[in-house]
Write a protein that binds this ligand. Structure first.
Ligand code: PMP
Length: 414
């Protein structure tokens, strides 16, 4: 894999930034681009774009099918990416299913595991802070099977209400599906506790780790989690590729999610038999180039050091929280003691859209709206929020720019 930039050995922000060409862009009147929208999707380092480019230029072919040289090279590259992803989260290769994104990974479990195992009156326990990707797939399968979706509440600081969890986790709970980290509040959920309590009641646990894997080490074995879903494009990788981890025995007992090429053993009009996991769940030509990109992204993150990135982002979050705390007109949502990298807020009574639009003209890119978490916004009693989020390439100067931008908002919005 080619890698044109030297890898930073210790946390060197300038060196890291230099690996992200997008960040060199100027916007509007030659303003520096301040990218604070990485929770939606992160920018890509050269290590990732180069790996994808080089693969397409030298070894590209379809995988798993050809006896020819290129097809074998492509298959090796694709499977090497699976091995990297598996190693990244402490899984076995055969427990890693490549999907399109987190959304598809959760739909896969809901449709395949859910249709086979859910009965009328069974309960699927979610939380109010879930992303729609971890709500709607469960509603769809509940509708079909007669199962019931319930949601655990939060406390005012954004921590999960564990009393409510304990109360709602019942004999009928078959699946607990919750975020590892909230994409709005930044709250880190007490997943170890959730998993052990759920298992004690005989329920399985699916963790939506979309916002977790970029900020902390996620080890599926240590967690003893049953399913874990995440998406490549937030981990400095490309779009179009996501990951479903499942304990092998669970995956092996699940029927196919989609049918097609590559997922079968034999096909005849008398009947078709299916391959073992993960291939059973990867019908059709997979996202080959994107898998190579995701493998490079995992290498990049490991090269910089997940802990170093996490420590850097924690410093940024502290700094931002401190600077915002002195502004009486800023209301921050989510002040849980365990919180990472995401900062949702409201500026006075101003609509988040107005704030985001003005900030954009100052060069600050952040997200406004409900961040695909409408039930959470209902629970918080607000229509929308502005959300700044931090990644490895952000610095305190970005936080300062956000604060300067908010001063411009106050001037213009009154
Ligand atoms: N869950 C969480 C917590 C997220 O933040 C996101 C992305 N915003 C998703 C799920 C969905 O990810 P994707 O759109 O890549 O499927």
């Amino acid at each position: 894999m080619s890698h044109t930039q030297p890898m930073a050995t210790s946390f060197d922000l300038a060196a890291i930034r230099s690996e992200f060409p997008t960040l060199k862009r100027r916007v509007y009147d030659d303003k520096r681009l301040i990218f604070l929208d990485s929770a939606a999707s992160s920018q890509k380092p050269l290590a990732v774009t180069d790996a994808m480019d080089s693969f397409m230029k030298t070894s590209y072919a379809n995988v798993h099918r050809g006896v020819h040289r290129l097809s074998q090279e492509a298959t090796d590259a694709f499977e090497a990416a699976r091995t990297k992803v598996a190693g990244f989260m402490g899984a076995e290769d055969r427990e890693v299913v490549f999907t399109k994104n987190t959304t598809e990974a959760i739909n896969l479990v809901a449709q395949s595991w859910g249709r086979k195992n859910l009965r009328p009156g069974d309960e699927i326990l979610l939380t109010v802070l879930e992303h729609h990707a971890n709500i709607v797939p469960w509603q769809l399968i509940a509708e079909e099977t007669g199962a019931v979706v319930r949601a655990v509440d939060i406390q005012s600081d954004g921590t999960l209400d564990m009393d409510d969890f304990v109360e709602k986790l019942g004999e009928r709970t078959r699946m607990v599906a919750c975020a590892f980290v909230s994409n709005v509040l930044g709250t880190v959920l007490p997943v170890e506790d959730i998993i052990s309590r759920a298992h004690a009641k005989g329920a399985l646990v699916l963790l939506d780790a979309s916002q977790a894997v970029t900020h902390r080490r996620v080890d599926v074995r240590a967690l003893d989690v049953d399913f874990l879903a995440w998406t490549g494009h937030k981990l400095y990788g490309p779009t179009g590729i996501g990951v479903l981890y499942g304990k092998y025995d669970l995956l092996d007992a699940m029927p196919p999610y989609q049918g097609g090429g590559d997922m079968i053993d034999t096909v005849s009009f008398a009947g078709t038999t299916f391959r073992e996991p993960p291939f059973r769940f990867e019908a059709g030509t997979p996202a080959i180039v994107e898998a190579v990109g995701l493998g490079a992204a995992v290498d990049w993150v490991e090269g910089v050091g997940l802990q170093a990135i996490a420590a850097h982002e924690a410093d940024l979050l502290d700094y931002a929280m401190q600077r915002l705390a002195v502004s009486n007109d800023v209301r921050v949502f989510g002040t849980a003691p365990e919180k990472v990298s995401v900062l949702a807020f409201q500026l006075g009574e101003h609509h988040a859209n107005d704030v985001g639009t003005i900030l954009d003209r100052t060069g600050v890119a952040l997200r406004v709206g409900q961040h695909c978490a409408e039930p959470l916004h209902d629970r918080l009693g607000v229509h929308s929020t502005a959300r700044a989020s931090f990644a490895a390439y952000n610095g305190r100067d970005d936080v300062d720019a956000l604060l300067d931008g908010l001063a411009v908002c106050r001037e213009l919005l009154g």
